[in-house]
Design a protein around this ligand. Structure first.
Ligand SMILES: [Zn+2]
Length: 239
């Protein structure tokens, strides 16, 4: 299995967050590269499975991609929203990618995605599953005006320890809310790994919408190789 998050740098530069351009920059259009699934992200709770019929140039709408099939890549794009990656070998290899921004977190996209993953894989409990959260915008930098109707949705749907009122602003801790959603659905605490980097504080490293990236995105890419796989892509051979 391979999971990579491509942050700010020469590869992502000038790709305007477009998955076709990003994948061309990565692969050089090599015929050895698997097909890529890259859904239109809508801040919703829809999940798709990575399959050839959904690969580019198709752009199905979804904010979660479940990877079970081999030799196809799944991807999502981020600029402040929280990436969530789940992996397990139980009951067979699978990898789950979720795009969980403010609305996605309020809608419990991560919980929905894990539930659907359990349905589709037949998994009955999550003790052998591991999840990584972030980097996403932190509570230091993510606020909404308290009279904004979306702020009210956040206050009404997120755990009280995930928001704090300060003057006329409410600051939200979206990575923490996603961690709590994973606890609540049964992922053991020790299996949740938080990458505690705020995309806005570290905008020199990560793409950040609130720090000025209107189009460019960080790129999350995952794949499961078949046993006979021999080829290593250049980005998996850096260390
Ligand atoms: Zn910050």
């Amino acid at each position: 299995m391979t999971v990579n998050l491509f942050l700010r740098g020469s590869l992502m530069k000038n790709t305007e967050g477009c998955p076709e351009k990003i994948y061309k920059a990565l692969s050089g259009n090599s015929v050895d590269c698997p097909k890529l699934v890259a859904p239109h992200q809508k801040h919703g709770t829809d999940l798709i499975e990575a399959e050839l019929s959904r690969a580019l140039p198709e752009r199905p709408e979804a904010d979660a991609v479940l990877l079970i099939k081999k030799d196809i890549f799944a991807s999502l794009r981020f600029a402040d929203c929280t990436p969530v990656v789940g992996v397990s070998e139980d009951p067979f290899d699978w990898c789950l990618l979720v795009h969980s921004g403010f609305l996605g977190t309020c809608r419990r996209a991560v919980m929905e995605a894990v539930r659907k993953t359990m349905d589709k894989t037949g998994l009955r409990e999550l003790s052998h599953s591991h999840f990584w959260i972030g980097p996403g915008i932190g509570p230091c930098c993510y606020s909404r005006n308290s009279d904004d109707h979306l702020a009210a949705i956040g206050v009404n749907t997120l755990p009280s320890e995930c928001w704090e009122k300060d003057g006329d602003k409410i600051f939200f801790d979206l990575p923490r809310a996603n961690i709590i959603l994973l606890y609540d659905i049964g992922v053991p605490e020790e299996n949740i790994h938080n990458i505690d980097i705020c995309t806005s504080c570290f905008a020199d490293l990560c793409h950040s919408y609130r720090s000025g990236d209107k189009a460019e995105r960080s790129f999350l890419l995952a794949g499961i190789y078949s046993r006979c796989h021999k080829r290593i892509h250049w980005w998996e051979n850096m260390f």
